[in-house]
Design a binder for this molecule. Structure first.
Ligand code: PAF
Length: 289
């Protein structure tokens, strides 16, 4: 496994691999790898001759006052995990090489990047789309693999890829959870023991919503009101958003249907956690028919 920091060297390796007829699979991350990332790498290994993992804490997707400076980093541990996952190349550039002096070009997706995280984190998706399109140009993958936990991120990247005719297949894989249900996230390390328990309110809210839907409650406002009440019972919880949206447009829905996704962003103390789930499974729809 090689660790490449230079943009030019990475691009040359990608061109050589392509010329040799190899398929490049790509897992973009900000490092501090967990099981969720490893599941993406496992799929990446299956899908590519050359598996590239990027580790880059991208400054342009963090807003002022957010956790850029304290975001957890551990390249040594990540390298060991990547080696075990049979990664061929870790691409770990410096910010000054991705955004050199005079840098002036940004990619902005309209519409679906505006609600939810886009509204509470202005500029977040502009930063993500900019770095992901740059990484695609540097690494030249045929397939790029993302986690479904960042549901809106995945939707925005799919939109960008389609709109810009980028020749990359975008694959989203299921959320990886701890045994007690907490969605895996590099940010979970910020939680104290007590906050870690309170954080379960996110995955429990998804379960509660599905139970309500299963019992026949299809009114989005009623479901959201119940969830907000439950979340507010946690002393360190502060709701950013609880919304039920159409899975493709991310527009708010009035009644739950087969396209409904519940999306949550909740601060537990200072840590902002997100989670999501579809509310109606294929089985439930066919059973109701
Ligand atoms: O999901 C992430 O870790 C980041 O947003 C990504 C896609 C690597 C872009 O910096």
């Amino acid at each position: 496994m090689d660790i490449i920091k230079s943009v030019t060297e990475m691009q040359q390796r990608a061109v050589s691999a392509r010329t040799a007829g190899q398929t490049i699979s790509f897992v973009p991350t900000m490092g501090f790898l967990h099981q969720g990332h490893l599941s993406l790498l496992e799929e990446g290994r299956r899908r590519g001759d050359l598996l590239v993992l990027s580790i880059f804490v991208n400054p342009t997707q963090f807003g002022p006052g957010e956790d850029l400076d304290v975001y957890p980093r551990d390249l040594e541990q990540d390298s060991q995990l990547a080696q075990q996952a049979d990664v061929d190349i870790i691409f770990a550039p410096d910010a000054k090489d991705i955004y050199p002096p005079g840098y002036a070009t940004y990619v902005n997706v309209e519409g679906i990047s505006e609600p939810l995280c886009g509204s509470s984190r202005p500029g977040h998706f502009r930063g993500i789309c900019t770095v992901v399109s740059k990484l695609f140009n540097i690494i030249q993958p045929q397939v790029a693999i993302f986690g479904n936990k960042d549901f809106q991120q995945l939707a925005v990247i799919k939109r960008m890829t389609l709109d810009m005719n980028l020749p990359v297949e975008i694959l989203g894989l299921p959320i990886f959870r701890e045994a007690d249900g907490l969605a895996m996230s590099s940010r979970n390390v910020y939680l104290t023991q007590d906050q870690r328990k309170q954080a379960l309110v996110l995955s429990q809210s998804l379960a509660t919503a599905k139970e309500l839907v299963g019992a026949g409650e299809l009114d989005c406002a009623a479901i959201i009101a119940q969830l907000k009440k439950n979340i507010a019972q946690q002393p360190d919880a502060r709701i950013d958003y609880v919304q039920i949206c159409h899975q493709l447009t991310l527009e708010d829905q009035i009644r739950v249907d087969a396209d409904s996704v519940l999306l949550l962003a909740v601060f537990i103390g200072k840590t902002r956690l997100i989670d999501n789930s579809h509310l109606v499974t294929f089985c439930e729809i066919t059973n109701n028919d």
